[in-house]
Ligand binder design. Structure first.
Ligand SMILES: Cc1cc2nc3c(=O)[nH]c(=O)nc-3n(C[C@H](O)[C@H](O)[C@H](O)COP(=O)(O)OP(=O)(O)OC[C@H]3O[C@@H](n4cnc5c(N)ncnc54)[C@H](O)[C@@H]3O)c2cc1C
Length: 211
């Protein structure tokens, strides 16, 4: 612990720290994770993947390719439209050929240590299960931004207030970089198109120092 003094602060906290929860009984079990890492860990085991966007699709394909039995539970009617165009046909074909089972328009109703209960359009289904990868997305820590005095838009996006040219927020000396700039629009900014943030911020700080 200590007190640090700075003339400028750059907040680049991203949005992966707060997952959207399933809010179902059993979500607190250690077999449930919102953070997918190593596919080998799941080899030859029964895995449920919740969600069908980039993270969920990657988890389903990679764990299946390492020998897991994979079931996807997707509340929408199909695989997400924003899934990378070279990956989307792969998952659709694996589902169509029956290698990966997918329940669309469906959601998990409860998780137990050795099984998962799923509500499907054809009624409730219970399947044996060892691991649940909940790839349900994340949200930025808006309360942290507000605590710093940064204003958020009230249009539902909660986009932080900052100057697009300098990335300085409404709080002088506090800058935003990376995905956190987008509010709930977390898909609009990624590595490639966030690099310019650093240039804008450092140019502005350097100019302040000279003047
Ligand atoms: C499966 C997957 C595949 C992806 N593929 C690509 C790709 O191919 N190309 C691409 O451009 N993007 C890709 N992305 C997106 C990319 O990962 C993000 O856009 C990028 O990481 C965002 O960078 P960031 O610096 O804004 O935030 P992050 O990388 O999330 O970094 C935020 C950092 O801040 C820390 N932090 C948070 N809160 C605090 C706090 N209060 N105090 C201190 N530290 C804190 C976090 O621990 C973390 O280290 C992918 C993402 C996923 C999930």
């Amino acid at each position: 612990k200590g007190i640090y003094y700075a003339n400028n602060i750059v907040v680049a906290t991203g949005f992966y720290d707060i997952p959207f929860l399933l809010n179902v009984p059993g979500e607190e079990l250690p077999k449930v994770t919102h953070y997918y890492k190593d596919p080998h860990f799941y080899a030859f085991q029964q895995v449920v993947v919740v969600g069908a966007n980039n993270s969920g699709v990657d988890a389903a394909l990679e764990t299946w390719r390492k020998g897991a039995t994979v079931t996807m539970v997707v509340r929408e009617s199909g695989i997400g439209e924003r899934v990378k165009y070279w990956v989307r046909p792969d998952i659709i074909n694996r589902i169509e050929e029956g290698s990966i089972k997918a329940y669309f328009n469906s959601f998990i109703s409860a998780i137990e240590p050795h099984q998962v209960h799923i509500q499907t359009p054809d009624g409730p289904v219970t399947i044996p299960n060892q691991w649940v990868i909940a790839a349900t997305g994340y949200q930025p820590d808006f309360s942290f931004l507000q605590h710093l005095g940064i204003q958020l838009s009230d249009d539902g996006v909660q986009k932080p207030s900052y100057d697009e040219n300098t990335h300085e927020t409404n709080v002088p000396g506090i800058y935003l970089a990376g995905v956190v700039c987008g509010g709930f629009n977390t898909h609009r900014l990624f590595i490639e198109n966030s690099r310019e943030h650093a240039v804008k911020i450092l140019s502005h700080i350097a100019a302040k120092k000279i003047s």
